[in-house]
Design a protein around this ligand. Structure first.
Ligand SMILES: *[C@@H]1O[C@H](CO)[C@@H](O)[C@H](O)[C@H]1NC(C)=O
Ligand SMILES: *[C@@H]1O[C@H](CO)[C@@H](O)[C@H](O)[C@H]1NC(C)=O
Ligand SMILES: *[C@@H]1O[C@H](CO)[C@@H](O)[C@H](O)[C@H]1NC(C)=O
Ligand SMILES: *[C@@H]1O[C@H](CO)[C@@H](O)[C@H](O)[C@H]1NC(C)=O
Length: 186
């Protein structure tokens, strides 16, 4: 009887240790499982470049219009884009995919935007998409946005994308460098 009790006690102790000291949930590794660097190129329509433009103002505040970005830090402008993605910083390099989505300038006092877009890949290297969302305080040298998911080669992707403005030419062209660090990879 005593032996049985002892065994039961030990068994309960074992269960307890299993549930508290050794949680079955996998602990997260705080190191990226994948890192990718791309550039994308945004040519904003300015009234004259409809052939080459990759982005267009589709919404503007009452005091602005859809040809020229509004004053007060472009507050209220909503832009749709379909930009080529390249592996280096050359606009004319062979694109590996398209960056597609929107940005909306969302503060009068400072130059800042909110971004929601996807990288859509259809190349021999990558097939599928990576989805991004987040605040983009444009005056900061680097900005982090969330990688909120993916499909195909990037199914269930999660992580951070560090954006850097690599070039800026007037209000017509800019180039972003995107350093993607995935913390969840399948
Ligand atoms: C469009 O791009 C081509 C090639 O880069 C360039 O030669 C041409 O001047 C551009 N056209 C406009 C209207 O920006
Ligand atoms: C748009 O606004 C700009 C600046 O306010 C102005 O110069 C331009 O003429 C306007 N364009 C149209 C098509 O209304
Ligand atoms: C991907 O590329 C292939 C080969 O060029 C083409 O047949 C297919 O339609 C493309 N798919 C998409 C979604 O663009
Ligand atoms: C942007 O820069 C400011 C000042 O350097 C900093 O306080 C802020 O946290 C930065 N924001 C982001 C989203 O990186």
């Amino acid at each position: 009887m005593e032996a049985k009790r002892l065994i039961l006690a030990l068994f309960l102790l074992f269960l307890l240790s299993k549930s508290s000291a050794f949680p079955s949930r996998k602990s997260r590794v705080h190191k990226p499982c994948k890192r990718l660097v791309f550039y994308f190129h945004d040519i904003i329509y300015n009234g004259k470049n409809s052939k080459n433009a990759t982005a267009a103002i589709v919404g503007a505040p009452a005091w602005g219009n859809k040809t020229i970005l509004a004053n007060q830090n472009h507050f209220g402008d909503l832009v749709v884009f379909d930009d080529p993605i390249t592996l280096d910083n050359n606009l004319h390099s062979a694109p590996v995919g398209r960056a597609q989505g929107i940005y909306v300038y969302d503060k009068k006092e400072i130059f800042t935007a909110w971004l929601g877009f996807s990288f859509v890949f259809n190349s021999t290297e990558h097939k599928g998409s990576i989805n991004f969302a987040g605040a983009d305080p444009l005056m900061n040298k680097t900005r982090d946005v969330s990688v909120i998911g993916g499909t195909g080669d990037f199914i269930m992707a999660r992580g951070i994308a560090t954006l850097m403005t690599d070039a800026f030419e007037g209000e017509v062209y800019f180039r972003l460098r995107v350093d993607i660090q995935l913390y969840e990879c399948w």
